[in-house]
Design a protein around this ligand. Structure first.
Ligand SMILES: [Zn+2]
Length: 90
């Protein structure tokens, strides 16, 4: 037999994700009405540095909104087999 009681559990929920460059929200509104459905539209970038770098063993991670990612794409070499790879998720 199970003995059941109702408990209030505190939960942390991500309400928004802000771009680390411009500070703009990376969440996109999908639908109107309560509660609004939102999904993240963002890019995540990570850099890891080794012993001989100027940033010994540091690891950097940042989140960029879609417009900052589009700007990032303009100064990263986008080509087959080199630089940033662009693929279609569908
Ligand atoms: Zn941004």
């Amino acid at each position: 037999m199970r003995v059941i009681e109702t408990q209030m559990i505190e939960t942390k929920v991500v309400m928004d994700v802000l771009c680390d460059r411009c500070g703009k929200s990376c969440m996109t509104q999908l639908d109107e009405g309560p509660p609004p459905l939102r999904q993240p539209e963002l890019g995540t970038f990570k850099a890891s540095w080794g012993w001989d770098s100027n940033h010994d063993l540091e690891s950097w991670t940042c989140v960029l909104c879609e417009s900052c990612c589009e700007e990032f794409k303009t100064w990263v070499d986008v080509g087959e087999g080199q630089g940033m790879e662009v693929t279609n998720a569908y």
